[in-house]
Design a protein around this ligand. Structure first.
Ligand code: ACM
Length: 541
């Protein structure tokens, strides 16, 4: 055991007391002090199921695990004291207690991650220690692209469990794109009847000449979303919905042709896109479009309580706007410099619309072009530049540069990775990712809310493929987001790998189909590509 007790993410402080264990058994009670009832429910449902221990509610006596909120701790911070019984899991808020409960589960051993006990008679216990811990960042995220390939509700719930096990707390759901619309909007039924299905799917890489020739589709009903949001909330995870506008919208236009640039293209002939890349079919900058999407966002706000609502804003091709008399008319009416400025007018409209409803807009870093209203935030994906510009302009930013945290990208050099796309980013490369860009002042750096991994799914057709790309690298990202690690070059990757040896057993128990670590096969080659300048290198997608 290392001084971090094989925990992932590494805790701030971990002190061992004596050798030996604190035993947890059939007689051990679980006492939930006020505000911690949800954590107790979670512990009984997961650790209770895995161990077979009843964990009854019974105050008093030493043979107890006591959950409590202690205001001296930061809201997401916790203290876990396991120097004999009672075990105490204390948090600054319920979230802190919950993260402490995650540590408790890790300390019980990998079988605590199963869904039922392997044997009825086994002993359970944890090392005698005290862990004091708190996260570095408040935004520790994962983006799942459920648009390119739909992830059924069960898969999303499972990913929420996997996120909780890694102390990640923001699930960004990319719900709409050219290739599919995944959320029921009651007033626009064709978004799910038509836009959630495509007739076929490009197989593999963008340049592939092959299609799989079978329909692909699916969507979340309003009740599915309510369940996902509630399941996330019980795990102290916020779900941030993304409705991508004004680009990446061909599926919506296929369902409602009036949303497209009808004066330059016959949008009634459009279908949900069956290719990868960036479609030229973007929303028209018309009042019809604005009113339609206000209707969409009204329903989105009813379902998602998150402060932030993501409006995409990335990769909006302007080809049609440049040709469209209607778009040119809009440019003239608004006194804009050109069609490019329509993008920031569009974003500005929804930033104000969301702000009037007490929410904040977040979008991909293209939304910086042309200026951004105060309060809006940026997901910096095209390297670090967008994040630096946003922070310097006083905007909050989530750092997710594609050169580091696009987990659909290949994990080793060579062509043996399944559908090798994008940058090579090994486990070590992700571990050495530093979310706060160099050169920011302390004041500017405070605008870095945190970081998230992005998992795009053009080449990930099912949950098994998502697992393989996301893990083990998501464990490294979780540590980068949670732990106060030294500068990238000084990070102790060997120590992380040592703790990963224990963590792989947890992932096994959870049934995660991760990419196996270094082994005898050519595709398991170890060397990273550290030292290669990567910012600005065009991705090979
Ligand atoms: C993106 O990767 N287009 C945000």
């Amino acid at each position: 055991m290392t001084d971090k007790a094989d925990l992932i993410p590494a805790p701030a402080r971990c002190s061992s007391h004596t050798a030996g264990r604190t035993d947890i058994g059939a007689g051990t009670a679980l006492e939930a002090r006020p505000g911690t009832e949800g954590v107790a429910r979670w512990l009984r449902a997961t650790v209770g199921a895995a161990t077979g221990l009843p964990l009854p509610e019974r105050p008093g006596g030493d043979d107890r695990v006591v959950l409590s909120v202690e205001p001296d701790l930061p809201p997401e911070g916790y203290r876990l004291v396991a120097d004999g019984l009672p075990v105490r899991i204390q948090g600054g808020g319920a979230a802190g207690v919950f993260w402490g409960a995650q540590t408790f589960r890790q300390l019980l051993g990998p079988d605590a991650f199963r869904r039922a006990p392997l044997r009825p008679d086994r002993d359970w216990g944890l090392p005698r220690l005290t862990v004091e811990d708190a996260p570095r960042f408040g935004w520790r995220g994962l983006m799942l692209d459920v648009a390119r390939h739909f992830m059924p509700r069960e898969g999303v719930l499972r990913y929420l469990d996997l996120m909780a096990a890694h102390k990640l707390n923001v699930l960004h759901l990319h719900l709409t794109d050219d290739q599919g619309w995944r959320i029921e909007i009651e007033r626009y039924p064709r978004l799910t009847e038509v836009a959630s299905w495509r007739t076929r799917t490009k197989f593999g890489h963008r340049a592939s000449p092959l299609w799989d020739e079978k329909p692909h589709g699916g969507h979340y009903t309003r009740d599915d979303i309510r369940e996902i949001v509630a399941y996330a909330a019980e795990r102290h995870i916020t779900v941030v919905p993304e409705i991508d506008v004004p680009g990446h919208s061909q599926a919506a236009i296929a369902a409602y042709p009036e949303l497209g640039n009808t004066d330059v293209v016959d949008t009634s002939a459009l279908t949900v896109w069956d290719d990868w890349g960036i479609s030229a079919n973007v929303l028209s900058p018309s009042d019809t479009t604005l009113r339609f999407y206000e209707g969409v966002f009204e329903e989105v706000l009813e379902l998602f309580p998150s402060e932030f609502v993501h409006i995409g804003g990335d990769e909006c091709r302007k080809d049609q706007w440049r040709l469209s008399p209607a778009a040119k008319g809009r440019v003239a009416d608004l006194g804009l410099a050109g069609e490019d400025a329509l993008q920031s007018w569009f974003v500005g409209h929804f930033a104000a619309w969301l702000a009037a409803r007490g929410r904040r807009l977040i979008g991909w870093d293209e939304i910086l072009e042309g200026g951004l209203p105060p309060g809006a935030a940026v997901s910096s994906w095209r390297g670090f530049g967008g994040g630096v510009a946003a922070a310097r302009a006083g905007h909050d930013v989530v750092m997710c540069p594609e050169q580091y945290v696009y987990l659909d990208h290949r994990q080793a050099p060579g062509d043996d990775e399944p559908v090798p796309i994008g940058f090579v980013r090994t486990l070590e490369d992700v571990y050495r990712f530093e979310p706060v860009p160099a050169g920011l002042t302390a004041g500017e750096a405070r605008h870095v809310l945190g970081t998230q991994a992005n998992v795009w799914t053009e080449v990930l057709e099912d949950t098994a493929r998502v697992d393989y790309q996301a893990f083990p690298r998501l464990a490294a990202l979780a540590e980068v987001a949670w732990s106060r690690l030294p500068a990238p070059a000084e990070r102790d990757f060997a120590d992380f790998e040592h703790r990963m040896a224990a963590h792989y057993r947890r992932l096994d128990a959870l049934g995660v189909g991760y990419r196996p670590p270094a082994g005898p096969h050519p595709w398991q080659r170890r060397p990273g590509v550290l030292g290669r300048p990567i910012d600005g290198v065009p991705p090979d997608r």
